[in-house]
Ligand binder design. Sequence first.
Ligand code: ADP
Length: 386
Amino acid sequence: MEQPISTPITKIGVIGGGQLAWMMGPAAQKLGLELVVQTPQETDPAVAIAQAAILAPVADGAATATLATQCDVITFENEFIDCQGLQTLADQGTRFRPGLDVLALVLDKRHQREFFSRIGLPNPRYTFLDGDESPEELMTKAEMIGFPLVIKTRRLGYDGYGTAVVQARSQLSAAWDRFNHVPVLLEEFVPFKQELAIMVARSALGDVAIYPTVETHQVEHICRRVFAPARVSAAVAARMETIARTLVEQLQLVGIVGIECFLTQDDQVLINEMAPRTHNSGHYTLDACETSQFEQQLRAVGDRPLGPTDLTCAQAVMVNLLGLDQSEAAHYRKLEILKQWPGATLYWYNKGIRPGRKLGHVTQCLEEEAEAGAAAAAIEAIWYGV
Ligand code: ADP
């Protein structure tokens, strides 16, 4: 089992310099930690809050070797790394938290699913294709799952890029052609009642801190809004906590992980996927929990005691601000309105504006659960005009 590092940790390397690393800034300051980020562009959000930046792609192992010389421990805000390349560094003593074995699991959705099944956590029925299957083999595997089914690229999928629903047999071969026969998962389409998510952190000492279960709403496969806590029964919330604890203990994770689940019509919880880092479904913790997910990640990987995860208000809503097919000026006009919106906190990541890109988010804390839907709708009406 991994132990706390014997010398005090003061410098944390972060692979990736997007908004997730950017939101670690205030927490790092609070904990007296320095951040060094590895990220491709000078203009990436976290460069502004880091003590130093190594400008290189996240999968550039030589850059990570340099990062390792400047930090006590390396963590992640982006998992699309070159795991094999980094193994040599780990063998030479570089501390990665979470460990590279965890990162390797999530890099291929097939390995992730096999792991869930191995540790007894229910997940949607699936099979996989390597890419060289004949049309007959493709159909046989698809028939095992049934229609409609979902095709997902096994590697490098995010925010629904690399996910497609196939309604009927007749559409299968064309759909797979659109995937260029890369390795994919074929999985059952789950007609879920709700999508749920949960954040959980674990320290090197084995302490576990679990956040409330939240409800996420996706529009075109991308997270649009989050309600915390989720409006679910106590039994479902307890099941989510068991899944969260089981997962981090089985992984022996040091760090934080976001877990996304489907709640079926008969109240079964199926795990869809995990991300071994902070997660969009946990942004609400910045304003609505005793310890934000960003502070918690730094606490876990920096050998600081984990913080309490309780909500500080009855209900919170978080709305993502995605790039619109509109002028930059239109984006900034809407931002001005949101900045003034009563009770709301705006986070703007200062990224280049592109349609569909996650550019910022807004959180609002509420005292009444009944106000949540209307609060989210009002914020969305400003941004999306719906
Ligand atoms: P990504 O890794 O790209 O985020 P996900 O697996 O999270 O892909 O899928 C994105 C969204 O697509 C999910 O949040 C859900 O709304 C929908 N989705 C994914 N898999 C299924 C499924 N098996 N059944 C129904 N909807 C699904």
